[in-house]
Write a protein that binds this ligand. Structure first.
Ligand SMILES: *Cc1c(COP(=O)(O)O)cnc(C)c1O
Length: 400
């Protein structure tokens, strides 16, 4: 790979977002720059999937909560999935659509408000159903339960809710026990939820649904909907969407249920950039020069360290003559984004543009070391820049 392929893919998706013409040098750094046309590219794929199958797609807000775009997203998707009160509230204010929520546990003093705002409230245990389902029913809203199908399709334990000792979802044995000892709790369920994937194709989903059907068949007949969670990389070019459609149809045909998907990444994948500036270039140590930029992995793209992975940078080529190790202004020795090679030497003041920076970035960032938060910028279909939000000293101070 890479840059050729990536640029090609990007350019294909870009429609009116002309990368070459877009003047990144006008952007104050660091900034997240989110393109409406790149976002729309994903939304059109998801909306076609809804139209062709009857599946309902929700935006998982924990991945991308830039509510500036909620009016646009709500034209394409059915609704949102929240991880708790605040995300549910954000969707309630800005997203015109269904409001779903799942949390590993709800708090006594929050459940009333959540139950009034969210049509689907998904619980993580039968105890939580017992405690809070009456409040949900009073609001004429729906009760769901997250199950753990106990079928891992990935090896990355931190992102695997089916990993041993997982706290996420009810296992079959417990479900069977409760069905015997307290059947009224099972009767209260309007739907089931599972979330087991992370950045995966539909083969992993199919396998998991096979297990789901094998183990939960009798209860699937009793519910109105099944939510298959997120982690479906639907908008990636190599995603097998036809197999996804077959999985959806099988559930619809067998059980007469409404099927929900709640992807985060697939909604805003490749729709944004993190733009930073080269502050200093050090003497090379090992034929690779350390470069200090005004963006930080630890603060602005924490998945680079957590996953970990090496984000793509515009202009990086495998056999580039000029080699650099991009690192941040923070004091953290490990706040290095990666090694890159360019055909032209870098200079102070140059822009370094990281790709695929809409997802799991602004929702996760922080001000460690007193680092400023990146501005949030939207680029509309005509290429106009709209500075949605800028941050300063007060934002740092207010959190302390
Ligand atoms: C994280 C999460 C999602 C979204 O996952 P993506 O990998 O961003 O698609 C959806 N549902 C639940 C319950 C999640 O925890």
């Amino acid at each position: 790979m890479k840059i050729g392929l990536i640029l090609l893919k990007l350019l294909k998706a870009m429609n009116n977002f002309n990368f070459k013409q877009f003047n990144f040098s006008l952007i104050k750094t660091p900034s997240y720059v989110i393109s409406e046309s790149l976002l729309r590219h994903n939304l059109e794929i998801l909306s076609r999937l809804q139209n062709e199958t009857g599946v309902k797609v929700l935006l998982a807000q924990k991945c991308f909560s830039m509510y500036y775009f909620y009016p646009l997203i709500s034209k394409y998707l059915t609704g949102t999935a929240a991880s708790g009160l605040f995300e549910a509230q954000l969707a309630n204010e800005y997203f015109n659509g269904e409001n779903h929520v799942f949390a590993p546990a709800y708090k006594d003093n929050e459940i009333e408000k959540i139950a009034s705002m969210c049509e689907h409230i998904i619980f993580n245990s039968f105890r939580q159903v017992e405690k809070f389902a009456p409040v949900v029913k009073q609001n004429n809203h729906q009760v769901g339960l997250r199950i753990n199908p106990e079928h891992s399709t990935q090896t990355h334990a931190i992102y695997d809710p089916c990993a041993p000792k997982s706290r996420l979802g009810v296992r079959l044995a417990e479900f069977q026990n409760v069905a015997k000892s307290k059947p009224e709790l099972v009767d209260m369920l309007d739907g089931l939820h599972m979330h087991t994937l992370c950045e995966q194709n539909s083969d992993a989903l199919k396998e998991t649904v096979d297990v789901l059907i094998k183990n939960f068949d009798q209860w699937l007949h009793k519910i109105k909907w099944i939510n298959l969670g997120g982690g479906h990389h639907i908008t990636k070019p190599d995603y097998d969407i036809e197999r996804l459609k077959r999985v959806i149809k099988r559930l619809q045909d067998n059980y007469g249920v409404t099927v929900y998907l709640e992807p985060g990444e697939a909604v805003a994948m490749n729709a944004g950039f993190l733009v930073s500036t080269v502050l200093e270039i050090q003497e090379s140590i090992d034929n690779i020069s350390n470069v200090i930029i005004d963006a930080s992995a630890a603060c602005h793209m924490p998945d680079v360290i957590e996953m970990p992975y090496r984000p793509d940078v515009i202009g990086d080529v495998p056999d580039g003559k000029y080699k650099y190790r991009l690192g941040s202004m923070t004091c953290l020795a490990g706040d290095v984004i990666g090694e890159y090679a360019f055909n032209e030497p870098l200079n102070e003041g140059d822009k370094i543009i990281f790709t695929d920076m809409a997802i799991y970035t602004m929702v996760k960032n922080n001000t460690f070391n007193g680092m400023p938060l990146p501005s949030i910028i939207a680029v509309d279909e005509s290429g106009n820049i709209n500075i949605v939000r800028e941050f300063g000293y007060e934002d740092f101070k207010q959190r302390l």
